[in-house]
Design a protein around this ligand. Structure first.
Ligand SMILES: [Zn+2]
Length: 672
C-alpha cells in the first residue's frame, strides 16, 4: 500500500521534535510496502516511533503484543490521546461477557488498535479477540523471547506466531540478539524474508572495561574506586538480590551518597525512586537483570556490573545503561565465577518430575498464582513459566484464563510419557544453550582483544567509526580505594540499621556468606572460644572501619532468651569486641520474661509476638545520652533487635546502631 502522505510530512506534523533514525526509516518503509520487519535493539526513541508512524500512515487496525499486562490500559489511553487512535486493552481479568462483546466490536471495526500481553495470548478468549481484530499491523514486543538462543526464552511468545499468518504486516522488536537467535526467532514466529534492522548497538564513545579480581573485597574496592570521583549518577548491576542489597548499603556507608536497591520496589516506589534519581537526591541505584532507561531517565555516567552476567546479551544491555559524554561501563568479576553461572544454567529449565508436579497443581481448576506455585514447588519463576507453557503447548491442560503470572486451567487427557520425554529433551536443549552463553561470557573476559570488537563479533553488529574507548585499546589505571573495604550484609530492624558480617546458611544453600557463618556455629554449638574470639576480631574491625559505627560510645549485648542464663554468644562477642575496639560494654538490657528462642519460630508474626515486651532496661544510667551499639549473634527477622532498640531509646539512649555476626538468608530461592 502507499501511505496517504509522505513519511516526512507525518513526522513534521505528528512528531515535530523527533528524528527518524535510518534503522527506523527502513523498518517503516518495509511495513508500508506490505512486508515484515525485525528491529533489533531499538533504543527508547526507536521503540514506539516506527509502528506509531506506520499506523498514522494508514496501517491499521493495529495489535500490539506487549511484554507485560502491567501498562496495557495506560498505553491504550496514551495512543488515543496522542494519535486519535481508539485503542483498547485486552486483559485476562475482564469478564467473559465483556470480552465477548469486545471481540464483536473488534470484528466490527469499532477499534483502531488493541494491546494484549504476550503471556495472556495462551488465554483462548483473548486469542479469539485478537484474531477478531484482523490487524493490518501486528507488533510483537520482546520478540527475542521466542528464540531458544535468546537470553530470555519464554515459550509463551510462540502463541504470537499464531497471529502472524493473518496479519498484514508484522513488526518484531527484539533485544540485542546474535545471528543465531535472530534466525531462530524469525523461523519460530514465521517471519521468513523479513527486513532486519539493527538499532544503535555500537557506541564507540562508551568506555568499556573488564576487570578480573581475586576476591569479593577486591571487587568492592574496585566498585568504590569507580565511584571515588563522585559521578553524578551510577547504576550498579549485581548478580543476585542479596548482592544488590549489600552493594547499595556499602555505597551508602562508604561513599556517603544515597544509594537504593531497586530489585524489590513496586511500580509506585520505583517511580518515586526514579524521580529522585533524576533530580539528583538519589545518586546510585543497584539492581539485578537489566533496566531499560526510557525517556524519563537522566544521563548515567557510570554503569558498573559486579559479577559476571549469564550472557553477553545481558552484559550488553547492562553496559548500555551508561549514557552521556564520557560514560563508562565496567565489569568487575571474580576469578572463579564460571561454576556459579553453570549451576544457574543447569537450573534454567524444568525436568520431567517438575513438569509432573506443575501438572498436578494445575489440574485443580483453581486460579494459580505463579509465585505461590514457585514457593510450593521450589522452582524458580523462570522454570515455572517454562513448565506451565510446556504443559499448555503439549495440550495437557485447557486454559480457561491466563494473565502474566497466574493461570486457571482444566486437565485435558493425561500427561503421557511421550510428552514428558519430549519436554525433557527440550529442557536439555535449553540448558545446553545457557551453558554456551556462559562460555561466551567467559571468552569475553578472558580475551586480550578489544572488548568492543569481541562484543560486536559475538552479537553480530557492525562497528561504527571512531576511535575505540575500550579498556584494552586505551588502557587506564583502575582507581582503587586505598583502604580496606569492610565486608558484610546490611541489616534493618524498624528504624534501626547496621551490618551483619556474613550470611548464615542452611545446608545446601548456595548464597555467598563466608567465614562468619562457620565461626558462629563453632561458637554457639561447639562452645569454641577461639572461633568466638576470631569472630569478635572481625566484628571489632568492622566497628573500627565503618562509618556506621564511627560515633558509637557503648556496646550493649542482646540478652539471652532465658532470664536465668548468665552466658550467651551475644555477651561473649560484645565483651571481646569491646576489648579490641576499646569500647565499654554495658549489660543494660535484661530479659523481662521467658521466651522461646526466635530461631525456633517460623512466622514473622509469631516472632514479633514472642518478643514484644521481652526486654527491660536494668541500668538506664549506662546508656542515657549515649550512642549505643547493640550486638547480637544471629540476626533473623529483626524483631529482637527492633524491640531491644526501642527499649534503649525509651531509656534515653541518643542513638542505636546494630551489629550482628550473621544474618539468615532463608528463602534464598526467591533471592536470585
Ligand atoms: Zn577497543
Amino acid at each position: 500500500m502507499r501511505p496517504d502522505h509522505s513519511l516526512d510530512d507525518i513526522m513534521r506534523q505528528r512528531f515535530p521534535r523527533r528524528e527518524l533514525t535510518p534503522a527506523a526509516r527502513g523498518v517503516i518503509e518495509a511495513l508500508l510496502g506490505g512486508g515484515h520487519a525485525l528491529l533489533v535493539s531499538p533504543d527508547w526513541r526507536e521503540r514506539e516511533l516506527p509502528w506509531r508512524l506506520a499506523a498514522e500512515a494508514g496501517l491499521r487496525p493495529l495489535l500490539v503484543v506487549a511484554d507485560s499486562e502491567r501498562d496495557l490500559q495506560s498505553r491504550a489511553e496514551a495512543l488515543a490521546g496522542e494519535l486519535d487512535l481508539v485503542a483498547c486493552a485486552l486483559h485476562a481479568r475482564l469478564e467473559d461477557e465483556h470480552l465477548r462483546g469486545l471481540a464483536e466490536q473488534l470484528a466490527g471495526g469499532k477499534w483502531d488498535a488493541a494491546f494484549v500481553s504476550g503471556r495472556s495470548l495462551a488465554d483462548p478468549r483473548l486469542m479469539a479477540a485478537a484474531r477478531a481484530l484482523a490487524p493490518r499491523l501486528l507488533v510483537i514486543e520482546d520478540a527475542h523471547r521466542a528464540s531458544m538462543h535468546g537470553h530470555r526464552y519464554d515459550l509463551a511468545w510462540l502463541h504470537a506466531a499464531g497471529l502472524v499468518p493473518e496479519a498484514g504486516s508484522v513488526l518484531a522488536l527484539a533485544d540485542v540478539a546474535n545471528l543465531t537467535a535472530r534466525e531462530d526467532l524469525i523461523a519460530r514466529l514465521g517471519l521468513d524474508g523479513c527486513h532486519v534492522a539493527l538499532g544503535q548497538l555500537d557506541r564507540p564513545g562508551l568506555r568499556i572495561e573488564a576487570r578480573r579480581v581475586g576476591s569479593q573485597p577486591e571487587a568492592d574496592r574496585n566498585l568504590l574506586g569507580l565511584l571515588a570521583d563522585s559521578p553524578e549518577r551510577a547504576v550498579i548491576h549485581a548478580s543476585e538480590r542479596v548482592e544488590a542489597e549489600r552493594l547499595a548499603a556499602l555505597v551508602r556507608d562508604e561513599r556517603g551518597f544515597d544509594a537504593l536497591d531497586m530489585t524489590n520496589l513496586n511500580a509506585r516506589e520505583f517511580g518515586a525512586a526514579l524521580r529522585r534519581f533524576r533530580e539528583g537526591g538519589l545518586r546510585a541505584i543497584t539492581t539485578t537483570g537489566a533496566l531499560e532507561p526510557g525517556p524519563g531517565w537522566p544521563p548515567i555516567p557510570v554503569s558498573a556490573i559486579v559479577g559476571m552476567p549469564a550472557s553477553l546479551e545481558l552484559l550488553h544491555r547492562q553496559m548500555h545503561v551508561a549514557s552521556g559524554e564520557g560514560a563508562i561501563a565496567v565489569l568487575v568479576h571474580e576469578r572463579d565465577e564460571t561454576p556459579r553461572l553453570e549451576r544457574a544454567a543447569m537450573r534454567s529449565a524444568f525436568d520431567a518430575g517438575h513438569l509432573l508436579g506443575l501438572y498436578e497443581a494445575l489440574i485443580s481448576g483453581e486460579e494459580l498464582r505463579f509465585n505461590a506455585l514457585s514457593a510450593r514447588t521450589g522452582l524458580r519463576p523462570e522454570e515455572v513459566n517454562l513448565g506451565v507453557e510446556a504443559l499448555i503447548h503439549a495440550g495437557a491442560v485447557t486454559v480457561l484464563a491466563r494473565g502474566d503470572a497466574w493461570l486457571r486451567a482444566e486437565p485435558h487427557g493425561s500427561l503421557s510419557t511421550e510428552t514428558l520425554e519430549r519436554w525433557g529433551r527440550e529442557a536439555d536443549a535449553i540448558r545446553r544453550v545457557r551453558l554456551q552463553q556462559v562460555a561466551q561470557v567467559e571468552d569475553f573476559v578472558a580475551s586480550r582483544r578489544c572488548l568492543r570488537a569481541i562484543l560486536s563479533e559475538a552479537l553480530g553488529y557492525p562497528l561504527a567509526e571512531g576511535r575505540c574507548e575500550c579498556g584494552r585499546c586505551r588502557p587506564r589505571e583502575a582507581v582503587l580505594v586505598p583502604r580496606r573495604v569492610p565486608g558484610g550484609y546490611p541489616i534493618e530492624a524498624g528504624q534501626f540499621r547496621g551490618w551483619a558480617l556474613g550470611l548464615y546458611r542452611r545446608p545446601g544453600e548456595e548464597t555467598p556468606g563466608g567465614v562468619p557463618g562457620k565461626l558462629i556455629e563453632q561458637l554457639k554449638y561447639l562452645d569454641s572460644e577461639p572461633a568466638g574470639r576470631r569472630l569478635a576480631g572481625l566484628m571489632a574491625r568492622r566497628v573500627m572501619e565503618s562509618r556506621t559505627y564511627r560515633d558509637c560510645e557503648v556496646l550493649v549485648p542482646v540478652p539471652p532468651s532465658d532470664p536465668e542464663a548468665t552466658d550467651s554468644a551475644a555477651l561473649f562477642l560484645a565483651r571481646a569486641i569491646g576489648s579490641q575496639a576499646e569500647l565499654p560494654v554495658a549489660e543494660a538490657l535484661i530479659s523481662a520474661q521467658d521466651r522461646v528462642p526466635q530461631k525456633e519460630l517460623t512466622f514473622v508474626s509469631a516472632k514479633r509476638d514472642n518478643i514484644a515486651q521481652a526486654f527491660a532496661v536494668a541500668s538506664p544510667d549506662e546508656v542515657a545520652g549515649l550512642r549505643v551499639l547493640l550486638v547480637d549473634d544471629i540476626f533473623d527477622s529483626g524483631a529482637t533487635m527492633q524491640e531491644a532498640g526501642k527499649m534503649l531509646l525509651h531509656a534515653g539512649a541518643a542513638d542505636v546502631r546494630l551489629l550482628a555476626a550473621v544474618r539468615t538468608s532463608f528463602g534464598w530461592r526467591r533471592d536470585v
